[in-house]
Design a protein around this ligand. Sequence first.
Ligand code: PRX
Length: 581
Amino acid sequence: MVMSYAEIAKQPEALRRTPNLGEWADERAGWSWDSVVAELDLPDGLVNQAHECIDRHAAASPDKVAMIWEGSDGSVERYSFDEMRRHSNRFANALAALGIGKAERVFFFTDRIPELYFACFGTLKRGAIIAPLFSAFGPEPVKERIERAEGSVVVTTPNLLPKINAIRSDLPSLRHVIVIAHRAGAEVAPEDLDYQELVRDASEEYEIERTGSEDWSVMHFTSGTTGLPKGAAHVHNAVISHYATGKYVLDLHADDVYWCTADPGWVTGTSYGMFAPWSNGVTNLIYEGGFGASRWYETIARHNVTVWYTAPTAIRLLMKAGSDAARRHDLSSLRYVMSVGEPLNPEGVVWGEDAFQLPIHDNWWQTETGAIMIANYIGMPIRPGSMGRPFPGIEAAIIDDQFQPVDEPMKEGQLALKPGWPSMFRTYWNDQERYDSRFKGGWYLTGDRAKRDADGYFWFVGRDDDVINTAGHLVGPFEVESALIEHDSVAEAGVIGKPDPVAMEIVKAFVSLAAGVEPSERLRRELTRHCRERLGPGVAPREIEFIDTLPKTRSGKIMRRLLKARELGLPEGDTSTLEDD
Ligand code: PRX
């Protein structure tokens, strides 16, 4: 079904401004990354994401509000581009004084507070790498990630510090723990560093390190089917993609107030919570709190948010709260709503029309791609249920098992991208082999299955691996299985994504028990507690089912696909390699 823009969006507001992107096919034909580069400030081949996002705008419009921060308690703080520049300079100086140098890994394990953003940009100015972690992680995922990247510093808040203290002795690389304590009115222990004290004595001026396009900038961890999470490492050049997609997909204009609901612990929260809006010099709203339908609507109304980027799980929760909940607030400032991270059901697209008089625009990308690759653009007719069309500078294809492009419309295959866009990840930290395995036949393999229709719109089918997508966050089954089998009562564990009407999938574990251990409700609760303590609530299984034995291949690998097929009551497919069936 093709709906014209006029049909789906009856709202004049959406067209109030001329979209930055012209006719998709024309833009594609005439695309040049060089002309994007010409709009940025990249002298002598130097590029630093903090300069593009902060200092460039601090020079041109120092007093423009860069960040509106709203705390969970409703308090509001505003920071201009020049204040952001000075705060981040102080942190860069503090890192220099601590002897932290280029490409060292600085981890962030904090709530969404202004200092997180100052410190991230300060780290980038110093030429070190920012590695943000999701604050709902338990100590185990935090330890694995810092260990794998050999992190030198972690910046944290008093409420999360106990999780760091629990793993600190296992992390020989970790030289400094910096605690942002003043907001909580907490004391800082002698073995830790007080953020406030560090920056108080530091200069407001800092000469940004002379980073080049291929210097490391950001590392985000992402889960695979096997093994522990991998650190996808990005370079400063990525800001070219952030700027371009901010301009042409988010359609950012100078007077927009933009809000991205993602946490910087995930890539959407950095690429689109920091780099895209600020490289475009736009006022960016940061809301500290979590989801709440009325609270979110109040936030939009209070700050006159114009462009809003959120996720399907949140949209499904808003749908549950009902369109009336939206209508009770003055949301007339909104002109454009987008979503990413999971498939957006067609009902979600159309519901936006009912609640906001705006259809919701879906787009697609990954941690590895660093920026949006496929999108429904503001001026292009939406096909509800489709992820949209490739960004003008991006070549996307459906490929077959021989890595050959499939031209036939609506034929399923793997979604692949032609490498070379600016924000493409450059390695999995300390795992070059795995990185290389993602490139075949001249394509970057996304690991997603999809179809393309005759007009070039892409339709998501599913993942090509066992990674679970729960509320837009990827969880590797291996991490959860490892935590389960650490428990004395557990012999084996197999973990799958079980479909869920709100979160798309929830983490479900099948567990076989050690000899002599009997299944019980009490044990189930005990295993849940064990996993939540180690992994955190976002990763721990929501359901645990006891089974006698797990289906395995003859080589002893647990067949998660079979567990999933059985769970869904689907045909079991090829079971010829099954151990003893
Ligand atoms: O499976 C796809 C799904 O999320 C994966 C990327 O997750 P992550 O690396 O955490 O990156 C988050 C930044 C978006 C993809 O491989 N995904 C993402 N967007 C969509 C999606 N699935 C369907 N539709 C989407 N729009």
